[in-house]
Write a protein that binds this ligand. Structure first.
Ligand code: OOG
Ligand code: MG
Length: 253
């Protein structure tokens, strides 16, 4: 299978909301090949009129790495079609087996044209918020190797962002929770994300430039989940909270 065929297979899985076999069962991809598949996959979405709206990191917390049995950070692309307005709904039938994650989001205020450092990273951000990421692996049973999940655009499916706060608000050491129907199902701390979620912004600046992407004002960066992800079901209300940042909330229809 060449990379274009793999990308089409995964893209069709999204369009048909139908899971496929793991690529690694029939073809070993290198990490570079997996990112090449992701890039072809996202081009197919651009051809359908979607636009890049940001980048996400995955496996930035121990909780997520342990849940999914992988040991390295990954990154993927978000598009405008994945954006879900806060306090609105998603349709479960458009997904395969969606799971929700509680995340911290950053909004870009200035074009990221260099690798950021602790000294300048805040100059490139103009908003901070709590977010729900909906991940939906295109692989059967939500099982994958690191290469599989990278090729599958890191399971990206949808994201919903709470109210934006100014960068005077801290993202460090915030108690976070993921709630279903008002009940806490997972609790964590924003520092579970790489020790400090701002590290995700720095990592994204490095990765995006290395792979030829460029974050521009208005783009969103999802720092990665602080807690394990949960499967969501029809008629559930899903909520992510971070102390001081409020909540992001959606209903599954
Ligand atoms: C991959 C995506 C992981 C995160 O926040 O760690 C991710 C997956 O678990 O399917 O988005
Ligand atoms: Mg995530």
């Amino acid at each position: 299978m060449n990379l274009n065929i793999i990308a089409k297979l995964l893209d069709d899985a999204v369009l048909n909301s139908t899971a496929v076999e793991q690529i690694s069962h029939s073809r070993k991809l290198t990490i570079d090949e997996a990112y090449a598949v992701q890039s072809i996959l996202i081009s197919r979405r651009y051809q359908r009129g979607e636009q890049l709206s940001g980048l996400k990191l995955g496996f930035t917390s121990k909780a997520k790495m342990e849940q999914m049995g992988v040991e390295d950070m990954i990154w993927g692309r978000l598009t405008d079609q994945m954006y879900i307005e806060n306090e609105s709904s998603i349709e479960k039938s458009k997904f395969i087996h969606p799971r929700a994650e509680a995340e911290i989001a950053f909004r870009i205020g200035k074009k990221v044209d260099k690798v950021l450092t602790h000294d300048n990273v805040m100059d490139y951000i103009d908003g901070i918020a709590v977010a729900i990421e909906i991940i939906d692996s295109r692989y059967k049973n939500f099982k994958f190797s690191l290469e599989d999940v990278i090729a599958d655009n890191c399971s990206s499916a949808a994201y919903c962002i709470g109210n934006w706060h100014t960068t005077a608000t801290t993202v460090r050491d915030l108690k976070m929770s993921l709630k279903i129907d008002g009940k806490v199902v997972h609790e964590g701390n924003s520092n579970d994300i790489l020790g400090d979620p701002i590290e995700s912004m720095i990592a994204v600046s490095r990765l995006s430039l290395a792979y030829g992407e460029c974050l521009i004002p208005g783009d969103v960066v999802l720092a990665g989940a602080a807690t394990p992800a949960v499967f969501v079901e029809k008629l559930q209300t899903v909520e992510a909270e971070a102390f001081g940042l409020g909540h992001a909330r959606l209903v599954v229809m």
